[in-house]
Design a binder for this molecule. Structure first.
Ligand code: SAM
Length: 440
């Protein structure tokens, strides 16, 4: 990602000497500083793309922002409507920067930019200028944030040699390193009063996504990189376990559907035991921890043991696996709702909490997890309660992985088709007209 063009011109055409040229033009590097703008006036001249990109960080910094511009992009307008800045709908006029601590000048009018930047210079207001980096008294670095760390990069020796692309590339590399743990700066451990923290490290219940290792969240990946012990399910991004350094203890929770399972009690006990031993424990789960994931049971077990826990949401297979197979769970004019159901107990089973009669009446999409074995009975129940037997159905097995496959059927045929095609768990079953949408 390149920096936007407010920092871009590196070789502005030579023009008449600027009234404000001074020692800062002598090829010196910029002096980096962190501005604390909360409650302080920042004036932005111009409401176009440059302002749109810069404003969110100024808003996040708590600046008292005045935007002067006859027009604005819809996003900038939305910021004004939301009360995040004050918008004066007019062109720049002398005196606009009077009370500003900092200014961003970014109109499409070179004369207005020059006049505003000259006013800033006279008033000793640090000023970023979109059309002429050399004339500016401040430059916007390529920035990014990660866990309380702000990375800001200005690459190049001086205005003429500034290299925004390099700045952005270095910024991205540093952030990536921080996020995946390859830049292992010690995290701040002390509390506000300087004391070392006490008590066990929080256990992280991490949603790993549906299986593709790229589909875990940034936070999940970072916690995994810092783990001493990982307790992993069979589902989820197993490939990520290969990347863990040898000292990391990986415990296989292997909840194979209908097969041998490490009892939930044993998983809970392992979480507690390793956390008490002072280890950084990650419980890596498939999809999202709170969608048929027993995540809350684990959080409760940890709470009972007095161990803090942090829950990191994950991309659930519920939506992502149909999507990976080209099926949108909603589609305009086709489905205005989708319902997610567990199919692990058959309709009619006394343990079932699902109202299949009500589901049969819905016009939207039905997404069934853990339903491969029972799909014949589920389809029969839906048809029995009035659902059209011709309703399209897709079974998507091992979605988002190299082994992904999709098998299509109708409600009338799906039981036999699933058997004939030997569809196996894990699979997400999608029932509804959305199945046909992507097929053209
Ligand atoms: C115990 S549930 C866990 C769901 C998980 N917490 C989530 O949010 O995706 C397991 C079921 O999720 C579905 N599932 C999970 N990952 C899948 C994948 N990659 N492909 C197909 N189905 C998947 C299957 O229906 C499987 O039986």
């Amino acid at each position: 990602m390149a920096e936007p063009h407010d920092d871009a011109p590196r070789h502005p055409s030579p023009g008449p000497a600027r009234a404000h040229e001074g020692p800062h033009d002598a090829g010196h590097p910029a002096y980096p500083v962190g501005l604390r703008l909360a409650g302080r006036r920042v004036v932005v001249i111009g409401g176009g793309q440059v302002a749109q990109r810069r404003l969110p960080a100024l808003i996040a910094a708590g600046a008292d922002i005045v935007l002067v511009s006859p027009s604005a992009t819809p996003s900038v307008e939305a910021m004004a409507t939301a009360g995040e800045l004050r918008w004066e709908r007019r062109r720049y006029a002398e005196g606009d920067l009077a009370d500003a601590w900092y200014a961003l000048v970014a109109t499409g009018d070179a004369a207005a930019n020059a006049a505003a930047s000259a006013e800033a210079e006279r008033g000793r207001t640090w000023c970023v200028r979109s059309d002429d980096a050399e004339a500016a008294t401040a430059w916007t670095p390529a920035t990014g944030r990660d866990e309380g760390v702000t990375v800001a990069v200005l690459a190049g020796r001086d205005a003429r040699h500034r290299d925004p692309r390099r700045s952005a590339a270095i910024r991205d590399a540093v952030l990536e390193g921080l996020r995946d743990g390859t830049i292992g700066a010690a995290r701040e451990q002390a509390t506000d009063d300087g004391a070392a923290p006490t008590g066990p490290v929080p256990v992280a219940l991490v949603g790993g996504g549906p299986g593709d290792p790229d589909l875990i969240t940034v936070r999940g990946r970072r916690l995994l990189a810092a783990a001493d012990v990982v307790i992993a399910d069979r589902l989820g991004p197993r490939d990520l376990l290969d990347e863990l350094p040898p000292h990391v203890e990986v415990i296989d929770a292997a909840k194979i559907p209908y097969g041998r399972a490490m009892a939930q009690d044993a998983i809970n006990a392992a979480l507690v035991e390793h956390a008490r031993a002072g280890k950084a424990v990650v419980r890596l789960k498939g999809g999202d921890p709170f969608v048929f994931g027993r995540g809350m049971e684990e959080a409760q077990a940890l709470a009972e043991a007095g161990i803090p826990c942090t829950v990191v949401p994950g991309i659930s297979s519920t939506i992502s696996v149909p999507g990976a197979a080209g099926i949108p769970v909603t589609h305009r004019g086709v489905a205005h709702e989708f319902t997610v159901v567990s199919g692990h107990v058959a309709p009619g089973d006394a343990r079932s909490l699902v109202d299949w009669a009500a589901l049969a009446r819905l016009t939207g999409t039905l997404v069934v997890l853990m339903g491969v074995d029972k799909i014949g009975a589920i389809a029969a129940a839906l048809i029995g309660h009035g659902k059209d037997p011709a309703t399209p159905v897709a079974l998507v097995q091992e979605g988002t992985t190299a082994a992904q496959r999709r098998v299509d059927a109708t409600l009338a045929t799906v039981g036999a088709t699933a058997r004939a095609e030997a569809v196996r768990p894990p699979a997400v079953i999608v029932i509804g007209d959305v199945v046909a949408v992507g097929k053209g």
